[in-house]
Design a binder for this molecule. Structure first.
Ligand SMILES: *Cc1c(COP(=O)(O)O)cnc(C)c1O
Length: 337
């Protein structure tokens, strides 16, 4: 898989490390059913508090720079990690940044509205437009881009989660990175597990696996935003569009997209008991932080499936730590204690 023809702005120390969860394994003992659990540390970063969106932003900001943009605009929920990392990466790379954030998650507490990612958007100097839940944030962002272009600015708009085909290239590249690392240490992975929000992380991995001759079903995601069915349709579309950038003669079908929607709970951004257990368990056995919206629910799903015996003893499973730590500060009511 040759990605060298796509402009890329380096934002990360790559490869991110792969580590085994020895403390968790000691704590869970026989409950792990002999599964060997590893994490890929995509939560580590040099700036901005890190997270999976930086892999997408390497290609998105690379394209923006190549097109001569001076301003980037994106959209998300009030506690969007993508919005926060776009603000941080834009500041670091010399772009102006505007964010269109919707109050789409039904949380009434002050911390959700003001703390966590939303606080950091201000600290990173982004111009923030807050919108009601039902607003069409992408249409408003496009209208703002037009208005800025009319006064001579050069504007690049990123969709929700940065999950355009160009953004998804970040996780296509990650698929190649994972195989380079695991083949070097003779580790044969049976599953690569990620959370699924705007579908770009899974889509990028599936495209990258296919493009490099691996089974795209090695990637599995737990849906936390869309329903399982919608997540599968959107992920397939994005994976196909990403693969089309990489190869003219490969394709993907619905069977290649492996998604579980059973751990989303009542909806996006709404805490579940499984999420709380997973966040505390990894914090208390490893000192590692999951987040309440994405990785907490996905890790809860993985723990559930391991305990249920889904994977035979000896199987190696890699969970991608996707960051999102500032989200913890937006949920003090459920996280405390
Ligand atoms: C955005 C996000 C995800 C999901 O990635 P998508 O590409 O949007 O599916 C997972 N974890 C965290 C912490 C995120 O911020």
């Amino acid at each position: 898989m040759d990605l060298s023809r796509f402009p890329r702005l380096p934002l990360l120390d790559l490869p991110s490390p792969i580590e085994s969860l020895d403390g968790l394994a000691r704590h869970l003992g026989a409950d792990l059913n002999g599964v060997r659990l590893f994490v890929k540390r995509d939560d580590l970063a040099r700036f901005g508090l890190g997270g999976n969106k930086l892999r997408k932003l390497e290609f998105l900001l690379g394209a923006a720079r190549a097109e001569g943009a001076d301003t980037v605009i994106t959209v998300g929920a009030i506690q969007s990690n993508h919005a926060r990392l776009t603000a941080a990466a834009a500041a670091r790379s010399g772009f102006a940044c505007e964010l269109f954030l919707t109050r789409s998650v039904p949380r009434s507490e002050e911390a959700y509205a003001r703390n966590g990612n939303r606080l950091l958007d201000d600290v990173f100097g982004a111009t923030v437009h807050e919108l009601p839940a039902e607003a069409d944030s992408l249409a408003l962002a496009e209208a703002r881009a037009e208005a800025l272009r009319a006064i001579g600015r050069r504007v690049y708009v990123f969709p929700s989660g940065g999950s355009s085909p160009v953004g998804c290239l970040g996780y296509a590249a990650c698929a190649g990175e994972i195989f380079a690392q695991t083949e070097a240490i003779g580790l044969a992975l049976a599953q690569i597990v990620v959370p699924n929000g705007s579908c770009g992380t899974h889509a990028g991995l599936a495209a990258g696996l296919k493009a490099s001759g691996h089974d795209p079903r090695l990637a599995k995601s737990y849906a936390v935003l869309e329903t399982e069915e919608r997540a599968r349709a959107i992920t397939l579309d994005k994976a196909k569009a990403t693969l089309a950038l990489l190869s003219a003669d490969l394709s993907l079908t619905a069977d290649d997209i492996h998604i579980d929607g059973a751990h989303r709970g009542p909806g996006y951004g709404i805490p579940t008991d499984g999420m709380l257990e997973a966040v505390r368990l990894l914090a208390r056995t490893e000192g590692l932080l999951l987040d309440p919206v994405y990785s907490g629910k996905a890790f809860a799903g993985l723990l559930h499936d391991i305990r249920a015996g889904l994977y035979p003893a000896g199987t190696a499973v890699l969970f991608v730590m996707t960051g999102g730590v500032p989200g913890l500060f937006a949920y003090p009511d459920v996280m405390a204690g």
